[in-house]
Design a protein around this ligand. Structure first.
Ligand code: AMP
Ligand code: ZN
Length: 472
């Protein structure tokens, strides 16, 4: 079955065929974080969707080369680093490290490269690209010494965002000297240094300054992946002007079509509103970890809504994600108990075929794919209850789970039992052996206070993490 994605450029579902004549290699570029603060869960939703996309393509046999840039110089990073009294590099390093910790907590696969905009080789490439644009008449230096892209030299400007170029022209009422630029919509390629930039700046043929944000991505993507990409992703806020500008600059330099498929993730909203610090509904991953949620739970809450739909994030929704994961965990535990590792797999309808992957083939329809998983859970649980599932079938259902979990990355957290819980459990086992039931119950309560649940089975005490629901 063909893989199809909704392409922002054509506004249609397009069959995915990479540039590679062998149809195997995929070049994927994803706009990364601006390192001026901790990434919020909206940013993380976009990164989780991109991870799902990469993992699904890999499950379908593609070899994905993925690049994610780090924006470590822009207005915000400069301003905030100066306020903090730190050199730009020392300031952004704090958020770069936090970003990588967040990726790990959310089980997001690392890209092949995370180029940083301030690396000398990329600054040199940005300057070279701007030079080419100047030579070809696509760029000009304005009176403010900054260099701008002349959008009317690129007729396709506005096509990605479906904007009418004429609407971007300044109206007659705009006084010309309010703008240094020829056209209000021309965007900066090189920003001339000013005193607020402090010691941040690079020398260029147009004087000291720094690159504009858009040229950073054009330079880093083409440096690492070549002039043509298969997939370029980001959140919908990146469509205009960022990605529109990337197309104009890159294609004006290379003369080749830059990107085959533009795939954008819809935004995350909080309690139906735009997430903002002032509304008090602004969450970073660490805010949620501090509330007692795990990275796995947040991953699932961000992953389970189709990328093209806005995701309304709420704490009850996150509790719901937790409950769904507990169902998965209990199911895996039951299957594992039923199937000895040595059991030879026997076919089972749930584990045959690739229905899960087929749902994802259609524009990454994760909610339908999860429907396939939960249907299998219901069915096999019923069969286990009725003694109708053979150990060999349990084995093949587990093998199926392990296969689809390479895409989901939702395996239970490997959590070791804290020493304190272990010693309470040992004491409880002794109490039970001595038939001291009241003491056994007291010890169970103390274990529960530490966040663990004990179940007595024929093989002894079994522990699992207690559901610690946040107050909502
Ligand atoms: P930034 O750090 O602002 O450059 O953003 C990093 C990524 O997060 C970009 O791909 C943005 O499009 C995306 N993004 C920003 N805000 C949201 C949001 N509320 N929901 C989903 N993605 C977002
Ligand atoms: Zn970008």
């Amino acid at each position: 079955m063909a893989i199809r994605f909704h392409d922002t450029y054509t506004r249609r579902l397009e069959e995915f065929r990479p540039l590679d004549p062998a149809g195997r290699e995929v070049k994927m570029y994803t706009c990364g974080p601006t390192l001026h603060d901790f990434a919020h869960i909206g940013n993380m939703r976009t990164f989780v969707f991109e991870d799902l996309l990469q993992r699904h393509l890999e499950a379908r046999g593609f070899h994905v080369h993925r690049v994610m840039n780090l924006t470590d110089v822009d207005d915000k990073t400069i301003l905030k680093s100066r306020r903090a009294g730190l050199a730009l590099g020392a300031f952004t390093a704090v958020y770069r490290d936090a970003f990588f910790a967040d990726l790990d907590a959310l089980r997001i696969k690392r890209a092949d490269a995370f180029p940083a905009a301030t690396a000398p080789e990329y600054i040199a490439r940005m300057i070279a690209m701007i030079g080419t644009l100047m030579e070809r008449g696509h760029a000009y230096q304005a009176d403010d010494h900054s260099v701008y892209f002349r959008i009317h030299t690129f007729p396709a400007y506005g096509k990605l965002a479906h904007l009418n170029l004429d609407e971007l022209r300044p109206s007659g009422r705009v006084s010309a000297d309010e703008y240094e630029k020829e056209n209000v919509a021309d965007f900066a390629l090189w920003k001339a240094w000013d005193k607020d930039d402090g010691d941040v700046g690079w020398d260029s043929p147009w004087g000291r300054g720094r690159p504009g944000w858009h040229i950073e991505c054009s330079a880093m993507s083409t440096a690492l992946l070549g002039n043509q990409l298969d997939i370029h992703c980001g959140g919908v806020d990146n469509i205009f002007p960022h990605h529109e500008a990337e197309i104009a600059q890159t294609e004006s330099c290379t003369g080749q079509k830059f990107v085959r498929y533009w795939i954008h993730g819809a935004h995350l909203m909080v309690d139906g509103q735009k997430m903002s610090k002032s509304a008090g509904n602004f969450y970073t991953l660490r805010d949620l970890l501090d509330k007692g949620y795990t990275g796995r739970e947040v991953r699932f809450a961000l992953l389970r809504v189709n990328y093209g739909l806005p995701l309304n994030f709420t704490l009850p929704g996150l509790n719901d994600a937790r409950a769904s994961l507990q169902r998965i965990d209990e199911w895996i535990a039951r299957l594992t108990e039923h199937a000895a590792p040595a059991d030879k797999p026997q076919p089972h309808p749930a584990s045959g075929g690739d229905r899960f992957e087929c749902e994802l083939d259609e524009d990454l329809n994760i909610s339908a794919a999860l429907g396939v998983l939960f249907e299998a859970i219901r069915e096999t649980n019923r069969e286990l209850d009725g003694g109708q599932l053979s150990p060999g079938q349990a084995r093949s259902v587990l093998d199926w789970w392990n296969r689809i979990n390479r895409i989901l990355a939702l395996e239970p957290d490997a959590e070791s039992l804290p020493a304190e819980v272990q010693s309470l459990l040992d004491a409880r086992a002794e109490a039970r052996a001595a038939k001291q039931w009241q003491r056994s119950d007291e010890l169970r309560d103390r274990v529960a206070e530490l966040g663990w649940e004990v179940k007595d089975t024929k093989d002894g005490q079994k522990t699992s993490r207690r559901a610690k629901l946040a107050n909502v």
